[in-house]
Design a protein around this ligand. Structure first.
Ligand SMILES: Cc1cc2nc3c(=O)[nH]c(=O)nc-3n(C[C@H](O)[C@H](O)[C@H](O)COP(=O)(O)O)c2cc1C
Length: 204
């Protein structure tokens, strides 16, 4: 494949703006392939991955946001080691994104309040479980108060879970884009340099 041809077809600026558009779409639309991402943190020197919902994307700040229970294992992992990676794949567009950066946990600031205010009751219900996520229990019982088991909490009941809610913000400093194509896969890397992402092509 003629590399010059490939490069002239798509510029780094175009790829970057498509990346941020796909991510914003992911945060806004539950049907988007990028609505769910895999985040990987470090637990005792070993990688640990899990699925989360991409809740907010701020291109000006280069940040991605997810919500979690502040009693969950990943909070302790992030507090000990803020290095985090996000992985997305869209089967529709055949694009994989690998993003890396530093995560910070928000539990009492403006961002926290905004994200809590915009959380639906169905999401807030997760924060009403009375035991620490991941701790062992003798029998599975949903870990919710009987009155909540079958349905949604009221707004007032949901406020009880606010103490367990946290917002994790990742400041992205590196992005790797892989586009699978029958004509030849394309792979590019973007590294944050001062305030701009600088691109380079990689062997796919
Ligand atoms: C489709 C899907 C979406 C999920 N979204 C979230 C989420 O937004 N936040 C979250 O903390 N956990 C979410 N989870 C659960 C996590 O994958 C994980 O099991 C849980 O957070 C415990 O992780 P930890 O013990 O590593 O902290 C989701 C799981 C699935 C399957």
């Amino acid at each position: 494949m003629n590399k010059e041809n490939l490069d002239s077809k798509i510029s780094f600026d175009t790829i970057l703006s498509e990346i941020w558009e796909m991510l914003k779409d992911g945060a806004e639309k539950s049907k988007s392939d990028f609505h769910l991402g895999i985040i990987c943190t470090i637990n005792n020197n070993k990688p640990k991955s899990r699925t989360v919902v991409l809740r907010k994307v701020d291109q000006n700040k280069n940040t991605l946001i997810f919500h979690t229970d502040n009693r969950s294992g990943k909070i302790d992992e992030i507090n000990k080691n803020p290095n985090i990676s996000w992985l997305f794949y869209s089967n529709e567009s055949k694009i994989q994104l690998r993003l890396e950066g530093k995560a910070s946990v928000h539990t009492d600031d403006e961002l926290f309040e905004q994200q809590w205010a915009s959380s639906k009751l169905i999401s807030r219900k997760c924060y009403l479980i009375y035991d620490q996520p991941g701790s062992s229990i003798k029998e599975h019982d949903g870990c919710l108060d009987q009155s909540l088991a079958g349905g949604l909490p009221t707004e007032e009941q949901s406020e009880v879970g606010k103490v367990n809610f946290s917002v994790v913000e990742t400041k992205i400093d590196s992005i790797e884009w892989l586009h699978l194509k029958a004509s030849g896969h394309l792979r590019a890397k973007f590294i944050l340099d001062k305030d701009r992402f600088k691109g380079e092509w990689l062997v796919p």
